[in-house]
Design a protein around this ligand. Structure first.
Ligand code: MLT
Ligand code: ZN
Length: 472
């Protein structure tokens, strides 16, 4: 039924949006229809690019009337195909990229108000220009947009200190599936006035409405930053090192990342200019930062590392001496996803467990993986300081990638079983998207899933907002 409505709807949208607001040429729409990992190739008859919430509101009303589904999309960097249409050629993509204004930054209130299509990198820079810090950093920040970052409750490298995207949201503007605009762009630190609607939309992955603007909480910009890359003998040693930093000065840790020798080797092989200072089976990347001017972070860092070297918790270490060196060391971590993509077919498991159980997770997963598919290469990396590991598996060398990817559910279930046993989650920061709704009944079933379904039907009774995502 929807397909027959689409040409008439597109003509109507053309009137609402004008020529710049609508893409219909297959060549132009193709990049919006394919997810970053190329897991689910999709098709769409049109990409809608509104300039403001009022235009978007008119668009949503028209689509609901025509019973045509909308797929909100930011920078299209989802790891779980959460922002791309299916292959029916009947879902319209809603790109927020033209709504890209940073409206204000307030260094006294420590807030910024910005539109959904601003990239995370641009938002960080605007905050920094005003002497503030937007303490959210993810590998895809140059492309990912604020709307998507909030809709997926992104986590990233600084969660250990500042929490997830959710913890930075003071206010939101959302276009609801009815087409109504909810202006909740408040910037209050305290506001107990009923259900916390903004937190309902954060993490809803565009299934309850479209985030069009936000007020984010900022932090003071750091005056001292120190970064060290360490070779460590085991994942347990990485955890011990984290515990030492935590005991020494927990307020100073802004990131604590884990990488394996396998992942670093992929980065060295596939990323031009990547320089690995030393070869090791396990690595830890530690960043300390503070807005204070007298904190002597360098002394702190060296003190903890020297003791750890003596106790053989650390085997080798390098400390960045400049901003450029900091960038180069961070690149080794941030290019892991890209390097792994270039190496070949991989199955990703974005899982979290209590921080103390990360080493056990890795040890058990390695044994179970070899039992399941001998030769499969485990490439774990990620945010050890908050317990979120990207427990990814690369196809065995020389294996057929299609045959390997056909086992994705077996691999995800194998990891899931261990994660469940360790009281963890099957999706830490990437969300559920289109890849994982089948896991929801066994992980979030019963009253929890029923409540989610009731909320979905109340706000989106026609089920036209990002269908096929999150809920089974
Ligand atoms: C990262 O931390 O680099 C991202 O979440 C990407 C990934 O999991 O591959
Ligand atoms: Zn991550």
């Amino acid at each position: 039924m929807p397909d027959t409505n689409i040409p008439a709807l597109i003509a109507q949208l053309h009137t609402i949006l004008g020529p710049r607001g609508l893409l219909t040429d297959a060549h132009d729409t193709a990049p919006f229809a394919e997810d970053w990992r190329k897991l689910f190739p999709g098709r769409t008859p049109a990409v809608i690019r509104p300039e403001n919430a009022e235009e978007l509101s008119a668009v949503v009303k028209a689509c609901m009337q025509a019973r045509v589904a909308l797929v909100p999309q930011g920078g299209n960097t989802s790891m779980v195909a959460g922002a791309t249409p299916d292959d029916s050629n009947s879902q319209l993509v809603l790109s927020l990229s033209r709504m890209n204004v940073v409206r204000s930054v307030d260094p006294i209130d420590l807030t910024m108000t910005l539109e959904a299509g601003v990239t995370l990198k641009a938002a960080q820079m605007a905050a920094s220009d005003a002497g503030c810090l937007l303490p959210l950093s993810i590998s895809s920040e140059g492309t990912a947009q604020i709307g998507g970052v909030l809709a997926t409750n992104a986590g990233g490298n600084n969660t250990v200190r500042y929490g997830n995207a959710r913890d930075m949201v003071l206010g939101l503007e959302v276009v609801l599936p009815s087409g109504e605009i909810w202006n909740g762009l408040r910037r209050l630190r305290k506001d107990n006035t009923g259900y916390c609607l903004r937190q309902l939309f954060v993490g809803s992955e565009g299934t309850l409405g479209v985030i069009t603007a936000a007020v984010l909480k900022l932090a003071p910009r750091p005056n001292e930053i120190e970064l060290a890359l360490c070779a460590v003998p085991s994942a347990q040693a990485a955890l011990d090192l984290f515990t030492r930093f935590n005991r020494h000065d927990p307020a100073a840790i802004s990131a604590f990342e884990y990488m394996s020798g396998a992942g670093m080797a992929f980065v060295a092989k596939h990323i031009p200019g990547a320089m690995i200072p030393f070869e090791a089976a396990h690595y830890a990347l530690i960043e300390l930062a503070t807005p204070r001017r007298d904190a002597r972070l360098r002394e702190s860092l060296e003190g903890v590392l020297e003791a750890a070297l003596e106790d053989e918790i650390v085997l080798d270490a390098v400390i960045a001496e400049s901003e450029a060196q900091r960038g180069a060391l961070w690149k080794l971590r941030e290019e892991h996803a890209e390097a792994q993509k270039r190496e070949g077919a991989s199955v990703k498991n974005d899982v979290s467990v209590p921080v103390s159980r990360v080493p056990e997770l890795l040890a058990r997963a390695e044994i179970a993986a070899q039992k399941l598919i001998p030769g499969m290469r485990m490439v774990p990396f990620g945010h050890m300081g908050d317990g979120n590991i990207h427990l990814n598996f690369e196809q065995p060398e020389g294996a057929n990638p299609v045959e390997f990817l056909a086992r994705d559910h077996d691999i995800m279930d194998m990891v899931g079983e261990i994660v469940r046993d360790l009281d963890g989650s099957f999706s830490a920061e990437h969300g559920v998207g289109r890849l994982k709704p089948y896991m929801m009944p066994s992980w979030r079933g019963g009253a929890e899933l029923a409540a989610m379904q009731a909320i979905k039907s109340a706000l989106d009774p026609l089920g036209l907002m990002n269908p096929g995502k999150v809920l089974p």
